[in-house]
Design a protein around this ligand. Structure first.
Ligand code: ZN
Length: 282
């Protein structure tokens, strides 16, 4: 695998879903589980489940980013020890949108001794993430957009390797688009050399036609390929969010480029029109 050493794909130190209350409640797929005998994880999870503060998150009903207040949380007045057998069973967590209390995110966890797993979420991870992906309709054609949301949907339901397949297709399509442009616009482009090259080389050959972020982070492709061939279902799920954010960065850059080009085109036309009118008036 290019640009990807063994260490880089080794087990991450901390589970990425423990990063914040938002990743834990809203992005973690169901049946993701933890061993509470691991002190670092256990302390973080306890803090997240007892959080009485807010979460910054996208509201699917308001259709924009918002603030969510903790409404139902794990309550415990006994500071030490954090976890007791009283917590065994179902734990229900609820957050309400600050704009409208009926906009509520519910998540459920099951604890038995040192075992803790997410067992439910409403609305689903996909319900929460797919509306946020809609911005990419501007840049992905119908089929590609479907594949992108299918990847998100699969990861949301705990299908790791399959979700990587869809994200890798998005990546490959972006490269192919750049390849077609390079061939059309550059007479010196050596297609034979391109077709024989590995992905890393291919990206370098068509880099002028690609978003900068993609060129800089072309190891993303190696992660996706490693995921499909060598990583486990769980490992793919762990890395999914990172890889998805990488793809989104690339698409964001393409959207900005497109908007800039559209605006320039409109401005050019408007200037020509005004210039024509002034010239005619003279
Ligand atoms: Zn709302």
């Amino acid at each position: 695998m290019q640009n990807l050493s063994e260490e880089q794909i080794a087990e991450p130190q901390v589970d990425p879903y423990l990063e914040s209350a938002k990743t834990f409640h809203l992005e973690m797929p169901p049946y993701h589980s933890f061993d509470l005998s691991l002190q670092a994880d256990s302390a973080k999870i306890y803090k997240i489940l007892t959080n009485r503060g807010t979460i910054d998150a996208y509201c699917i009903w308001c259709d924009k980013d918002g603030v969510f207040n903790a409404h139902n949380f794990l309550s415990d007045n006994i500071a030490v020890p954090s976890w007791t057998t009283r917590h065994d069973g179902l734990i229900e967590i609820e957050y309400h949108c600050a704009r409208n209390r009926s906009h509520a995110y519910h998540t459920y966890y099951f604890k038995a001794g040192n075992f803790l797993a997410k067992v439910g979420q409403f609305p689903s991870v996909a319900d929460f993430q797919i509306p946020q992906a809609q911005a990419y309709k501007k840049i992905l054609d119908g089929e590609q957009y479907k594949e992108f949301t299918r990847g998100i949907g699969l990861a949301a339901h705990g299908v790791g390797i399959g979700s990587f397949v869809y994200l890798r297709r998005i990546f490959e399509n972006l490269i192919e688009e750049a390849h077609a442009k390079a061939q059309a616009e550059n007479k010196e482009f050596s297609n034979d050399q391109y077709l024989k090259a590995r992905m890393d080389e291919k990206i370098k050959m068509v880099k002028e036609y690609l978003p900068e972020f993609l060129v800089e982070n072309r190891s993303l492709y190696a992660i996706l390929s490693t995921g499909i061939h060598d990583l486990t279902e769980d490992e793919c799920l762990k890395y999914f969010e990172t890889v998805k954010i990488g793809i989104e960065q690339i698409l964001d850059e393409k959207i900005i480029q497109k908007e800039k080009a559209d605006k320039a085109k409109k401005a050019r036309e408007a200037i020509q029109k005004v210039h024509g009118q002034i010239s005619n008036a003279k």
